[in-house]
Design a protein around this ligand. Structure first.
Ligand SMILES: [Zn+2]
Length: 93
């Protein structure tokens, strides 16, 4: 089924160019989708995310969007964290 025909609330898995999988949720018709981890993170901190903020998954499982598994960091801090662990630049998880 084309994604624009799916109901609001439907979920899909999106794989980025690094091979990481993310769950996305349809939030409005005809085709507005949002990352589940960003929705959960916004509820956790009680505000929108700024454009330079990303969500880190503590256990590295990008499909585990339990609020306790998520941290909201700036893009630069996130890159530094993963770089310091020898993982290179890793912008989205
Ligand atoms: Zn991360």
């Amino acid at each position: 089924m084309p994604s624009r025909l799916l109901p609001v609330g439907a979920t899909r898995i999106k794989v980025d160019r690094h091979g990481n999988s993310y769950r996305i949720i349809k939030v409005a018709n005809p085709s507005k989708w949002e990352y589940e981890h960003r929705i959960v993170a916004k509820m956790k901190i009680g505000r929108k995310l700024y454009s330079d903020e990303v969500v880190h998954h503590w256990d590295e499982d990008t499909l585990n969007n339990d609020p306790d598994n998520l941290a909201v960091w700036t893009r630069s801090y996130h890159a530094l964290f993963h770089w310091a662990r020898g993982e290179g630049y890793y912008p989205y998880s």
